[in-house]
Write a protein that binds this ligand. Structure first.
Ligand code: IPM
Ligand code: MG
Length: 367
């Protein structure tokens, strides 16, 4: 088995380094190979997703990805911007099913911006379609308007589109995931306005006929954004398109205290996957040993479970993360009075120590 390690930009290199240490302790029998991606690859090879990196990602059994992006590349033409690396990997590898769990750790209930009773025990799974929608729809571009409110004016346009097979396969993923959890799927759309999402709703409803044991509800995206902060525990599995999923998954992440805690998996039809933290490259704190490595460490656990068929090793990592949280260790993003603030490296050290069987001494004095 081979894992491609793509740290990327900003805090990507620091957090991936900690996840790699965690994997090393488990002494699993796989090779790893590291490659540049994003802005780092652009600097070295003139492209955010060089052929060599794409070839490695294609050949590997799984990919552990950090983050890409930096404001300093905002002026580059779109095709050369760091974000094209992750979009290109999703597209070229057919990673259409994006799992973004939003799990509120009991130890972090107070780090959420919502009242503890609203988020305590929260466990929702956002399933975002990842290779279609307005993100990839053609045509797109700039032109002179021939109609609309200002004929003759310069305009820009993108195309929102979904085909039946694209909706069917993500719907199956969602219903199957719900079967293993709370048996409820909320399909988020904007069927009241958009043709694409009326079609989405119709197709999801059809697929649902094959899953009578799972409850299906439909919700407009604006309402879903509201319900997520009003009564988030009412959700179990949320399935939605690429753009709505991008937005709602950041919102859901915040409910759990910090986006720095949330892993994600992007899978193809054979469960080969790319695993990355749900957060970005955070250039403002890069290189300062401040970033929370837990989302990446938990992404490595998801990789072991989903793509490498090592559920016990995944469980071990997740237990180690719980142990360091219970011991009161916190990076700055999840720190609160009475807990111990640690850096990226020290957090990684603690997870490694816990995996080696060391008891992490509780230091919390939390009241
Ligand atoms: C995400 C990110 C990406 C997206 C960007 C970096 C292209 O926000 O993974 O959610 O919009 O999908
Ligand atoms: Mg996003």
């Amino acid at each position: 088995m081979k894992i491609a390690i793509l740290p990327g930009d900003g805090i990507g290199t620091e957090i991936v380094a900690q996840a790699v240490r965690v994997l090393d302790v488990l002494d699993l029998k796989f090779e790893t190979e590291t490659a540049l991606v994003g802005g780092a690859a652009y600097e070295a090879h003139g492209h955010p997703l060089p052929e060599s990196t794409l070839a490695l990602a294609k050949a590997a059994d799984a990919i552990l990805f950090g983050a890409v992006g930096d404001w300093k590349y905002d002026k580059l033409e779109r095709a050369l911007r760091p974000e094209q690396a992750i979009l290109g990997l999703r597209k070229h590898l057919g990673l259409f099913a994006n799992f973004r769990p939003a799990l509120c750790y009991e130890q972090l209930t107070h780090a959420s911006s919502l009242k503890p009773e609203l988020v305590s025990g929260l466990d929702i799974l956002i399933i975002r379609e990842l290779t279609g929608d307005i993100y990839f729809g053609q045509p797109r571009g700039r032109r002179t308007a021939v109609d609309g409110h200002f004929p003759g004016a310069e305009e820009a346009f993108d195309t929102m589109r979904y085909s039946r097979p694209e909706i069917e396969r993500i719907a199956h993923v969602a219903f199957q995931a719900a079967r293993k959890r709370g048996k409820k799927v909320t399909s988020v759309d904007k069927a009241n306005v958009l043709e694409t999402f009326q079609f989405w709703k119709d197709v999801v409803t059809e697929v649902h006929a094959q899953y009578p044991d799972v409850a299906l509800e439909h919700m407009y995206v604006d309402n879903a954004a509201m319900q997520l902060v009003r009564a988030p525990k009412k959700f179990d599995v949320v399935v939605t398109g690429n753009m709505f999923g991008d937005i709602l998954s950041d919102e859901a992440a915040m409910l759990t205290g910090s986006i720095g805690m949330l892993p994600s998996a992007s899978l193809d039809k054979n469960n080969k996957g790319l695993y990355e933290p749900s957060h970005g490259s955070a250039p403002d704190i890069a290189g300062r040993d401040l970033a929370n490595p837990l989302a990446t460490i938990l992404s490595a656990a998801m990789m072991l479970r989903f793509s490498l068929n090592l559920p016990e090793s995944a469980d071990r990592i997740e237990s180690a993360v719980r142990a360091v949280l219970s011991a009161g260790l916190r990076t700055a993003d999840i720190w609160s009075e009475g807990t111990k603030k640690v850096g990226t490296r020290e957090m990684g050290d603690a997870v490694v120590a816990s995996l080696r069987g060391k008891t992490i001494t509780p230091i919390t004095t939390k009241t």
